[in-house]
Design a protein around this ligand. Sequence first.
Ligand code: PLP
Length: 390
Amino acid sequence: MTHLRTRAVHAGQHPDPVTGAITTPITQSSAFNYGTLERGAAIFAGEAEGYRYSRFGNPTVAALEAKMADLEGAQAAVAFGSGTAVTSSLLLGLLKPGDEIAFLGPLYGGTEGLFRSLGERFGIKAVDATHSGLAACLTPATRMVWVETLTNPGLRLHDLAEVAALAQARGILTVADNTFCTPCLTRPLELGIDLVMHSMTKYLGGHGDATGGVVAGAAALVAAVRKTGLGHVGGNLSPQEAFLFLRGIKTLPLRMAAHCAGAAAVAEFLAAHPAVRAVHYPGLTSHPQHALAQRQLQGGFGGMVTFELLRNERAAAAQVLNALQLFTQAVSLGDVDSLACHPASTTHSFVSPEARAAAGISEGMIRLSVGIEHPDDLIADLAQALQPLA
Ligand code: PLP
């Protein structure tokens, strides 16, 4: 199985040996019979394979973990009940008081907030290296570097191979949040990053019906995160949700191709519209990192498009957003349905106006998660919503 499309369908899944069911069953059991005291003791000691209790591992969840490890080219993966549970488990499982985490942002607001609140309480310092550059921010205490493969809402990139080389030379662990790109567009481990994580709630699930997270990488690192995140924090994914992710991932490459094609068409339409001041999409030649995007993103430039209105006011953004009919106003992303949001009043409303300005988040900015509908229909919807401003 060399092609991602084939692996997305088959990796981690086999017909059920008892019933022959082709679809991985939802194993809805909290505990598992280990039969004899001796086998139970061996499983608990880690000397025998087997399930004991679903907080530590479950067959449906294990199939999903195997599929994600395969798609990211990792030795192992561990799934959680949300992307945020992955982030907190990485911090609690791999860092200790006195350690520093350097990040290249702007990051998903929840991740930055978690760095600061967990960090303050447990003595881990979060250092924002976005403006001064990573090299200037690394100290002997830096233990982890955190980066997103496409930033939100500006859709900027970081050179992952460069980040990995810089950190690796100093023995610092690197984590890439690949939620916006998925393994269809970027595989950070192939570029030297140590751990790759996802909010599966987005493109991996793809249907807006489940929350989950996953992290993949070397077996020893994943085992440490599993021990803390599942054993101590208890952030496990339910088998029902794992089933939905297994089903969603089978069509991930097909969906991503449609998201990318739709987003490219929408970005080009917006770039030519008289009511639009700027369009942020890595596939446009006007994107300041288009060359890096061509190198780092394979098979497309993603399904997210952010644009800024010529009339840089909240009222103008409201007029457009409230007129949209196919795009639903909601903050998530990666669903088959197209979504639209106003970052300044939603995802980034907790950020100070100064910090928003520094991150380039204007009042006239709108973020689109382009779904898999026909691009002509999406463009027609945007055209009618923008028409009064033209
Ligand atoms: N990482 C990114 C890039 C996100 O956009 C999100 C959520 O929006 C998360 C992590 C957190 O994931 P979850 O909402 O599944 O906890």
